[in-house]
Design a protein around this ligand. Structure first.
Ligand SMILES: [Zn+2]
Length: 257
């Protein structure tokens, strides 16, 4: 169905870039219209009413008008600016990483309400979360599931047998787990400890409230991060930019032991 000429939607601002002298192009993610690129006119002028209501990572209620190429944001009212997030560079960077992943993994105008809900909940949870790394792993594995990249964690992707409770292997190119006997079936595999496999299964199936009962020590947290990063990088075919920034900011106390 065609969009009306003027429409209202909730949105999360994923990123912004300058356009001309005073405008910005925003990439927003919406509950029912998916990702949209839209213009915020005059937003860089000091008197702009849109100004603070279209910042990156803001959750707002917007009015848009259909434009010839890009739609135009005519009004924006902030629902939540996640203010406590903005005073913490590490947590802000983590939230920007979730927004970047959603941007990189999605096409415009394809509705995916679970992705919208996951992004919004994750940004809210980043503010208060003790173990942000665990939260990010939950976000990644759920996001991949909602977008058709759910990694296979129950059976070997090659011989299809149920995985034994031993050290198995993860293949980014195969999109899942290989049993020890089949580890050479894919070109690049990495060992996957039994604990990491169990946590990945749990994160894949659970709400964040359920998943947050799992305590990850530093070794396990790093293993999960490396596995998920290899898989995400493989899918995106290039390094996610903000990951490098997260590395520079990494604070050891974010690991629970
Ligand atoms: Zn096998």
């Amino acid at each position: 169905m065609a969009k009306p000429r003027v429409y209202k939607t909730e949105a999360i601002v994923l990123k912004r870039s300058n356009l001309g002298e005073a405008d910005k192009i925003l990439v927003i993610y919406t509950p029912n219209l998916g990702k949209i690129r839209a213009v915020a006119k005059g937003v860089r002028r000091s008197k702009s009413k849109l100004g603070g209501n279209v910042e990156t990572l803001i959750h707002s209620s917007m009015m848009l008008a259909q434009g010839r190429n890009l739609d135009i944001i005519t009004q924006s009212q902030t629902i939540d600016s996640f203010l406590p997030l903005r005073s913490d560079l590490w947590r802000t960077s983590c939230a920007l990483y979730t927004a970047e992943l959603v941007d990189r993994f999605t096409e415009e105008h394809i509705e995916n309400y679970p992705v919208y809900r996951l992004l919004l909940d994750t940004i809210k949870n980043i503010i208060e979360e003790e173990d942000v790394n665990r939260l990010l792993r939950h976000f990644e594995i759920r996001l991949l599931g909602y977008l058709g990249y759910k990694p296979e964690l129950k059976t070997c992707i090659h011989c299809k047998k149920a995985l034994e409770p031993v050290e198995n292997y993860f293949s980014a190119s195969g999109g899942g787990t290989l049993c020890p006997a089949c580890r050479l079936a894919e070109p690049a595999v990495r060992p996957l400890s039994l604990n990491a496999l169990k946590v990945m299964r749990l994160l894949q199936q659970s709400s964040y409230q359920q998943a947050s009962r799992v305590k990850l020590n530093e070794g396990l947290s790093k293993e999960l991060e490396a596995i998920m990063r290899s898989y995400i990088t493989y899918i995106l075919e290039r390094e996610v930019k903000s990951v490098q920034f997260l590395d520079e900011l990494r604070r050891p106390q974010n690991y629970q032991s």
